[in-house]
Design a protein around this ligand. Structure first.
Ligand code: G3P
Length: 222
C-alpha cells in the first residue's frame, strides 16, 4: 500500500519523505487555509509554490480545484497540471466533477476524486476515468457509521471488475486505520502528520534498544 501525507506543510513533507517511505501528498483547501500566512498578497502563487516544493519531494501531489462548475474545474485543473508532472488534480465528487474528470482523462491528466462517501459514488468516479478516488472514513466514523466497511465494500466491487482507479483511504484518524486499510488491500492511505509520526514507534522497541545498548556497554566495559 502506498503511504501519502495529508498536509499542506512542506516542512512536514520533507521530514517524512526523508524516512524513505513516502509515496505522495494530498492537500485540500482546509489544509491550505491552516498553513496560510496572514497578508499573503497572492494566495494562488503561494499555493503553487507549496505544490512545486512538494513535487520535488514526492512523485504525486494532489491539488484541489475550488471551482464547483465543470468549466471552472477544467480551467483550474489545466493550470495545476501545467505546474508539474507530479500534480494530480483533485475534484469533488459531484456530477459537475464527474464531467471534469472525464475531460481530464481524455487529456491524460491525473485526477483524485474527493469527498467520496458511498460505493455508488466510487463506481461513478471510476467509470468517469478517475486515477484515484478518496473515500473519507474518519468522517463516517465521526457520525456513527463504519468508514472501513465502505473501503471493504469498494475493494470487493473492484475485485469483480477491471477498474484501474486506485482507492485512497482518506480522513484517517489513528494507526489502526492504516493497518486495517492495508489488510483490506486498499491501494493508498493518506495520513495526517501526527498519525504518521506514531507509526514507527513501539514501547517494546524502545525498551529492547535500551537493553541492547546497556548490555553492549557491559561487553565493551562502559
Ligand atoms: O484527505 C482528506 C482529509 O484531509 C480529510 O480529513 O480529518 O478533515 O476528515 P478530515
Amino acid at each position: 500500500m502506498k503511504l501519502f501525507l495529508d498536509t499542506a506543510n512542506v516542512a512536514q513533507v520533507a521530514e517524512i519523505a526523508a524516512w524513505g517511505v513516502l509515496d505522495g501528498v494530498t492537500t485540500n483547501p482546509s489544509l491550505v487555509a491552516k498553513e496560510a500566512k496572514d497578508g499573503t498578497k497572492n494566495p494562488l502563487d503561494a499555493f503553487k509554490k507549496t505544490v512545486l516544493e512538494m513535487c520535488k519531494l514526492v512523485p504525486c501531489v494532489s491539488a484541489q480545484v475550488t471551482a464547483t462548475d465543470t468549466e471552472g474545474m477544467k480551467k483550474q485543473g489545466l493550470e495545476y497540471a501545467r505546474w508539474h508532472k507530479n500534480v494530480v488534480v483533485k475534484v469533488p465528487m459531484t456530477v459537475e466533477g464527474l464531467k471534469a474528470v472525464k475531460f481530464f482523462a481524455s487529456k491524460k491528466i491525473k485526477t483524485n476524486v474527493t469527498l467520496v462517501f458511498s460505493a455508488a459514488q466510487a463506481m461513478l468516479a471510476a467509470k468517469a476515468g478517475a486515477t484515484i478516488i478518496s473515500p473519507f472514513i474518519g468522517r463516517l466514523d465521526d457520525q456513527g457509521e463504519d468508514g472501513m466497511s465502505l473501503i471493504a465494500e469498494i475493494m470487493e466491487i473492484w475485485q469483480q471488475y477491471n477498474f484501474k482507479t486506485e482507492v485512497l483511504v482518506a480522513s484517517t484518524r489513528h494507526p489502526r486505520h492504516i493497518v486495517d486499510a492495508a489488510r483490506i488491500g486498499a491501494h493508498i492511505c493518506t495520513i495526517p502528520y501526527d498519525v504518521f509520526r506514531k507509526l514507527p514507534g513501539h514501547a517494546l522497541t524502545d525498551n529492547g534498544l535500551r537493553k541492547f545498548q546497556s548490555d553492549w556497554g557491559k561487553v565493551i566495559g562502559q
